[in-house]
Design a protein around this ligand. Structure first.
Ligand code: ZN
Length: 182
């Protein structure tokens, strides 16, 4: 099953709202978050998301990105993961009779998309598909990608760019060691 499930596509898009290489963040501001949620069809309103809710989205994203980094062997920042877990605990979801997860009634509108993201993430971890979603092992990149390889062995978003960048740096390090030793 290599085709990317909708839940993975959503989590991937959310995780990639920050671009480490470009040093940009689409949802850095409450207004930016509102635009992103609206464009993804997650929220009908376009007005800025209230500050407290905005902060919760950023905490959730940081925690998810840490866990996606763990899928390429990085050690996750436990503080960031715990903070995201706390946000998730504050936004309980309901399980319907057929096992579907839904948002609880009475949830403020600006937090509903957050719960939909949480549900998508929960689906991925439950099905085991989450392991295919990874944060590029090249830290100056940090792009989140869906690993379609049969044995789920990819560590870089693009072997051409990040894989080679990593290899040439390792090569340069080896050469330097050799020079200084000789
Ligand atoms: Zn990369």
């Amino acid at each position: 099953m290599l085709e990317q499930p909708a839940a993975a596509a959503l989590v991937e898009a959310f995780a990639n709202t920050v671009d480490v290489e470009e040093d940009s963040d689409e949802i850095a501001t409450p207004k930016g978050l509102a635009v992103w949620l609206h464009d993804r069809g997650l929220r009908p309103a376009r007005n800025a998301v209230p500050t407290a809710a905005h902060a919760a989205y950023l905490v959730l994203r940081a925690g998810i990105r840490e866990q996606l980094g763990a899928h390429v062997g990085d050690t996750p920042d436990e503080g960031l993961v715990a903070a995201a877990d706390k946000v998730l605990a504050e936004h309980p979801v309901l399980v319907t009779a057929d096992g579907t997860l839904v948002t609880a009634p009475g949830l403020p509108a600006e937090r509903e998309p957050l719960v939909r993201l949480a549900i998508a993430w929960s689906e991925l971890t439950t099905t085991g598909d989450a392991v295919r979603l990874k944060r590029c092992a090249e830290h100056t990149c940090g792009w989140v990608f869906w690993d379609v390889s049969k044995n789920r062995s990819r560590r870089w978003c693009s072997m051409k760019v990040c894989g080679n960048r990593n290899k040439s740096r390792a090569y340069a390090a080896r050469t330097r060691t050799r020079t200084s030793a000789g």
